[in-house]
Design a protein around this ligand. Structure first.
Ligand SMILES: NC(=O)c1ccc[n+]([C@@H]2O[C@H](COP(=O)([O-])OP(=O)(O)OC[C@H]3O[C@@H](n4cnc5c(N)ncnc54)[C@H](O)[C@@H]3O)[C@@H](O)[C@H]2O)c1
Ligand SMILES: O=C(O)C(=O)C[C@@H](O)[C@H](O)[C@H](O)COP(=O)(O)O
Ligand SMILES: [Zn+2]
Length: 369
């Protein structure tokens, strides 16, 4: 794989490379060898049925099949509903029946759903085997780094999971050319989040490269991924297991995860839910005098210009949303916990936010009647 950008994540449990480039389908075997894989490694490829049908995936699969002596490949149905224990169980069965041992490598080829599920299987099969993240959505620049792997509980996002870092992250930007427009836009929400919480220069860069991003210029996309991955990698290095600073990566997610669960998994994409969630968090921040109302409006305008939603598409019950948010993974003793901005590039954790304030913020993103 030709690398355009490369960075290393030095997590406390291990270090690994994020390579952003092109040419992966033709060179996947040689590239994996650089990271310790061999042709005899029991290799399980996990993807989804949309990705499995794409020409570049078929090329990648045939490159692997020609060199790998022990390989299984299987696809989940595309979509958030596949992030389930039932789907994970299918892969345990496949691997165990094939006699795959602790030397197994799992290759997660797809978006965040595939990455989270395959990573969860890798974290738990035989108490942990190696895995490689091969992200193919824009959003997956976020999900492929940092080792948060999980499946959903019917009543809560990512409730069943682990921290399990990949051996490498291999990002072929040309795969982003086949991404549907809605999914492409969704991925921008997490890049905006990274800029807002920690990198004012990324915020300015996003404004300057708006056209190149929308046109999917591959050099611009490679740089966008590099800059955004750098923010995430830095935070993960400093706080791998989310004892403190890593929680900032949850900006927009206390609300966003509640919206995804309440509306039914897959109704909103994760990126859309985060976009609306960030607006709700900004409404809350303005209400609690963490920042000005004009900051909320500035971010809302940028999200709108990127064609991201800033209001819920259907009404929700505020009390149900509050109950879900009280059970958020960041919350202790069911105290409402949010990440709020202070200014562009700076965020903080706020614990014990009053329910009434959170309800006002929910009202700010409610479906307009
Ligand atoms: N672990 C983390 O740190 C982390 C971070 C952010 C998000 N997430 C999780 O990631 C998930 C969302 O990921 P996502 O937005 O990538 O969704 P996704 O994995 O569902 O992919 C979106 C859609 O794009 C299709 N697709 C993927 N690559 C394609 C390509 N190159 N060309 C054409 N179609 C392609 C998929 O089949 C799917 O239909 C959520 O479950 C979210 O919770 C996890
Ligand atoms: O990596 C992190 O930490 C994040 O919070 C990144 C989020 O974008 C991502 O959606 C993550 O899966 C949320 O984690 P959770 O712990 O709130 O489930
Ligand atoms: Zn997210």
């Amino acid at each position: 794989m030709n690398g355009i950008h490369e960075l290393r994540v030095q997590a406390s449990s291990g270090s690994y490379v994020i390579r952003i480039g092109n040419g992966l389908p033709e060179t996947i075997d040689k590239t994996l060898e650089e990271f310790g894989w061999s042709k005899k490694t029991p290799t399980m490829v996990i993807t989804d049925d949309t990705v499995a049908a794409l020409p570049w995936f078929q090329q990648l699969r045939s490159t692997l099949e020609m060199s790998c002596t022990r390989m299984i490949a299987a696809a989940i149905p595309a979509g958030e509903q596949s992030k389930s224990l039932e789907e994970a169980a299918r892969f345990y069965d496949l691997a165990y029946t094939a006699g795959f041992d602790r030397d197994t490598w799992i290759l997660a080829i797809g978006g965040g759903v595939v990455g989270d599920l395959a990573g969860f299987v890798a974290a738990t099969y035989m108490r942990g085997v190696s895995f490689v993240q091969i992200p193919t959505t824009l959003l997956a620049h976020d999900s492929s780094i940092g080792g948060k792997v999980a499946v959903n509980h019917p009543k809560g996002k990512n409730i069943i999971g682990a921290f399990h870092q990949p051996r490498a992250v291999l990002y072929d930007v040309s795969t982003l050319q086949t991404l549907p427009e809605r999914e492409f836009r969704s991925g921008l929400a997490e890049a905006v989040k990274h800029a807002l919480i920690a990198d004012v220069s990324l915020w300015q860069w996003l404004a300057e490269h708006h056209a190149g991003i929308r046109e999917r210029n591959l050099d611009v996309l490679a740089e966008l991924l590099y800059r955004s991955c750098k923010v995430k990698a830095g935070i993960v290095e400093r706080d791998e297991k989310e004892t403190n600073e890593r929680a900032l990566l949850n900006f927009g997610h206390t609300f966003g995860h509640a919206f995804e669960t309440l509306l039914g998994y897959g109704t909103l994409t994760h990126g859309e839910a985060v976009s609306i969630g960030m607006v709700a968090a900004l409404a809350l921040g303005a209400l609690l005098n963490e920042h000005s109302q004009s900051l909320k409006e500035e971010v809302e305008n940028v999200l709108t210009s990127l064609s991201l939603p800033v209001r819920l598409p259907i009404p929700i019950d505020a009390n149900e949303a509050i109950e879900l948010m009280r059970k958020d993974k960041k919350a202790r003793a069911e105290q409402l916990t949010f990440i709020l901005l202070q200014e562009i590039g700076k965020a903080a954790i706020r614990i014990g936010v009053p329910i009434d304030s959170a309800k006002v913020a929910l009202q700010a993103v409610a479906k307009e009647r």
